[in-house]
Design a protein around this ligand. Structure first.
Ligand SMILES: O=C(O)CCC(=O)C(=O)O
Length: 294
């Protein structure tokens, strides 16, 4: 299957050596630098989500927020020529960057990310959006690869609410999802995965002795206008500057996608980890993730 067929049929594709050795080293050094800076912070804030055991002596970062605004290496990677070439084949010639994050699972720890569709968090006027996952470390079956349920990008938006509140995760049992089909996206550092905004995905805690650092960039077709959280794009000037390929348009393309708005928000809506805690407090989707791994 070609990359395009794979993406269209399964909802994802994964490509090795998108970043060369030198670029990978730069990405790794930039990540190390920002983790080093996290020593100066002792609570989660607009730059970092910190693990509960984080300290100045032993920095434990769960997520580097908006890394493209924190280090020029990440800002450059957003417009990486190879990434843009692949994006143009998957979501068209006019593309806007949305946002970035760098999820870190330290050796022998790191939180699970429960099963979810990105679309549940940020519906747009059409679903030509995807997330690129750039592997900063070698990723294999054991260090908590991103997992995706093939063909889950087709059909309805799944229920991400729990007790009437948006909880950023689904209950695979009640949604009748066969997690045994989930594919683990593995590859050497510098590989990149591309997953459709409606593809159901998640990852387990890291049970290995090696870290797993995954840089995520979100992109949208330029005619996909956000239905929530416009501020993630910045003000209108930044919205325009975020065009990474082709041109902007004031004419949204409206397509009849199934949407469930992500409201009301849970008590602590500032990151996926905090949002997903809401459901976890009363159930145990982590167990579901673990069983999907084995
Ligand atoms: O870091 C991961 O394994 C999954 C990340 C993810 O799906 C997200 O942050 O939305």
């Amino acid at each position: 299957m070609s990359m395009i067929e794979e993406y269209k049929q399964l909802g994802f594709t994964c490509i090795e050596a998108v970043f060369n050795k030198k670029e990978v080293l730069d990405l790794q050094h930039a990540t190390d630098e920002l983790i080093e800076q996290s020593r100066r912070h002792n609570v989660s804030n607009e730059k970092f989500d910190l693990e509960p055991n984080h300290s100045t002596k032993n920095p434990r970062v769960q997520r580097i927020k908006v890394p493209h605004k924190q280090h020029p290496v990440f800002a450059e990677a957003v417009r990486n020529r190879k990434i843009l070439e692949i994006l143009s084949k998957l979501i068209g010639k006019n593309i806007r960057f949305r946002n970035s994050k760098l999820n870190i699972k330290a050796a022998n720890e790191g939180a699970a990310v429960d099963w979810h569709q990105d679309w549940a968090f940020y519906p747009h006027t059409n679903a030509d959006l995807l997330a690129v996952g750039i592997m900063i470390d070698d990723v294999d079956e054991n260090n908590a690869p991103l997992m995706i349920v093939p063909t889950s990008h087709e059909g309805k938006t799944l229920n991400h609410h729990f007790q009437g509140v948006f909880s950023g995760s689904v209950n695979p049992d009640s949604e009748k999802i066969d997690l045994s089909t989930a594919v683990k996206l593995t590859g050497p550092a510098g590989s990149a995965s591309f997953h459709h905004v409606k593809a159901l995905h998640g990852s387990s805690p890291n049970f290995s002795s090696r870290p797993r650092r995954l840089l995520l960039f979100e992109y949208a077709s330029a005619d996909a206008w956000p239905l929530v959280d416009f501020e993630v794009y910045g003000d209108f000037h930044e919205f325009q500057e975020k065009i990474v390929l082709g041109k902007s348009t004031l004419h949204p393309r409206n397509e009849p996608e199934h949407i469930i708005m992500p409201f009301p928000r849970p008590p602590n809506p500032d990151s996926i980890y905090r949002i997903q805690e809401f459901r976890r407090q009363s159930s145990s989707p982590t167990t579901e993730l673990q069983s999907a791994v084995t």
